[in-house]
Ligand binder design. Structure first.
Ligand code: ADP
Ligand code: MG
Length: 254
């Protein structure tokens, strides 16, 4: 059975998409078969995987509305070596259009049945909101990975997310776990970041990954070339950090 991870935080700009793409590419490097699902109408995970979102006739939108099978929408990230269920701005309409459909929360989960077993990992890049798209991500997942920046309001936002996870667990997906909290864009010289990081560890213990993703310009540059950072600058601190994260995850699960 593959491990299905929803990469979630309702805050924007915390590193969800960067983590989705670069963790996917890192897992491929160690021989895992990976599917990346883009659930954000911004389509950044799609573009960052080297797939032009503007040229797509079918995306995750048609999958969620039941208009196309997921296998017909799947494209290959040549640069990353993983498969992608892409998204573009059309997906913004899905939120409203799904409301009246049956089993609106589990449409992604059901769609994944067709191809899930072809992978070792399915990573779902969620939008920056606790909306129906994110709930679809949470219902399809075994566990949630939460990227976060160690700043003042981060902990406050986290309690809303934890509440949502609890609700989904009670009503829709009893097996949903918290896989881990990932500190992103970390600057150890920043005192506040250190304090927030300490509080995180006090509160969540070993749910906080030991691996920390540093602030690294190469991670921000790579997407404009449609490349995971591993293919852009293999020796960069960002690339090494995501490889370390993949190693830590694999170590935990065995
Ligand atoms: P989200 O998906 O949560 O909105 P992104 O992954 O798109 O966040 O990251 C937001 C911005 O920060 C992007 O421009 C991205 O390139 C940049 N970024 C993400 N992680 C890092 C990092 N570790 N170091 C430097 N820039 C980063
Ligand atoms: Mg994003």
């Amino acid at each position: 059975m593959p491990r299905v991870l929803a990469i979630t935080n309702q805050k924007g700009g915390v590193g969800k998409t960067t983590t989705s793409i670069n963790l996917a590419a890192s897992l491929v490097t160690v021989g895992r078969r990976v599917l990346l699902v883009d659930l954000d109408p911004q389509g950044n995970a799609t573009m960052g995987s080297g797939i032009d979102k503007r040229g797509l006739k079918v995306t995750v939108y048609q999958v969620l509305l039941g208009e196309a099978p997921i296998s017909a929408v799947r494209v290959r990230s040549q640069s990353g070596g993983f498969d992608v269920i892409p998204a573009n701005r059309e997906l913004a309409g899905a939120e409203i259009e799904m409301v009246d459909l049956p089993e609106r929360e589990t449409r992604l989960k059901t769609a994944l049945d067709e191809i899930r077993d072809q992978y070792d990992f399915v990573l779902i890049d969620c939008p920056p909101a606790l909306n129906l798209l994110t709930v679809n991500g949470l219902c399809a997942a075994n566990a949630v990975m939460i990227p976060m920046q160690c700043e003042y309001y981060a902990l406050e936002g986290l309690s809303d997310l934890v509440q949502t996870i609890k609700k989904v667990r009670v009503n829709l997906n009893p097996g949903l776990e918290i896989e881990g909290l990932l500190r992103t864009m970390y600057d150890p010289r920043n005192m506040l970041a250190q304090q927030v990081s300490d509080q995180l560890q006090q509160h969540f213990g070993d749910k906080v990954y030991r691996t920390v993703i540093p602030r690294n310009i190469r991670l921000a540059e790579a997407p404009s070339h449609g490349l995971p950072v591993l293919n852009f600058d293999r020796q960069s601190k960002g690339a090494l950090a995501y490889l370390a994260l993949a190693g830590e995850m694999l170590g935990k699960s065995t």
